[in-house]
Design a binder for this molecule. Sequence first.
Ligand code: DGL
Length: 267
Amino acid sequence: MDDRPIGMFDSGFGGLTVARALRDLAPAEHLVYLGDTGRYPYGPRDLGEVRSFAAQIGRWLVAEHDVKLIVVACNTASAAGLDAWRREVPVPVVGVIEPGVRAVAKATVTNRVGVIGTVGTIRSGAYQRAITELAGSLVPTFAACPGFVEFVERGETGSDQVFVLAERLLAPVRDAAVDTLLLGCTHYPFLARTITDVVGRDVVLVSSAEETAFEVQGILDRGDLPRAAGRAGDLRFFSSGDVGWFRSVGSRLFGSELGQVGPVVWP
Ligand code: DGL
């Protein structure tokens, strides 16, 4: 048994979709979640800068919270390249890209799939590389969706404006007649209804967030990481932005009260 928490982070609320799924699958685990809302969005930033944020957060999770595993609950940070800082942190690191690709490959019938994500994620080519490596028979269509993350961070997940934006950004995916769409940004499950309204009910949405939670559950089930001893783990949330906003909007998106949100100030 190992009662150290699992650490997770995202640029903001998006990783709450991973936290929710992990909470449901492994309720005994203690979780520490950081929303780096003071520096969101990551999507338009230089990937080197995102990598340095990820390294800093990794060090913080280990030093301040003694985590036993880090879940990078953010596609953009995963796409920025985890190899270098994986070597830096003394605990295992799980990213979101490979679990999402494996899931989309399982779900598709026609092999015509869509992958949507932030500009940084799509431009990095990380999904292209993972598809070539893990699921070479897929015929993917990629679309970057700048602006989606900002709508979610404003707590605006079902407005007319987000629908209009989605119609424009998802046109290439709709035109490609995909049967499955991978939500390659952990914020996007909060927009699932709007996305379905645009691409049609026949298109299966696959969330990289849920697949990542399954991946962590698999690690615990195989005994690669010792489980927590109790029945209901603690959840602790931190934000580098406005903690009051994080608590109120985050509670609504997470589906239950986040409780006190701790502040984080980067040097
Ligand atoms: N949830 C992050 C992701 O999965 C959003 C990145 C952003 O802040 O733009 O990519």
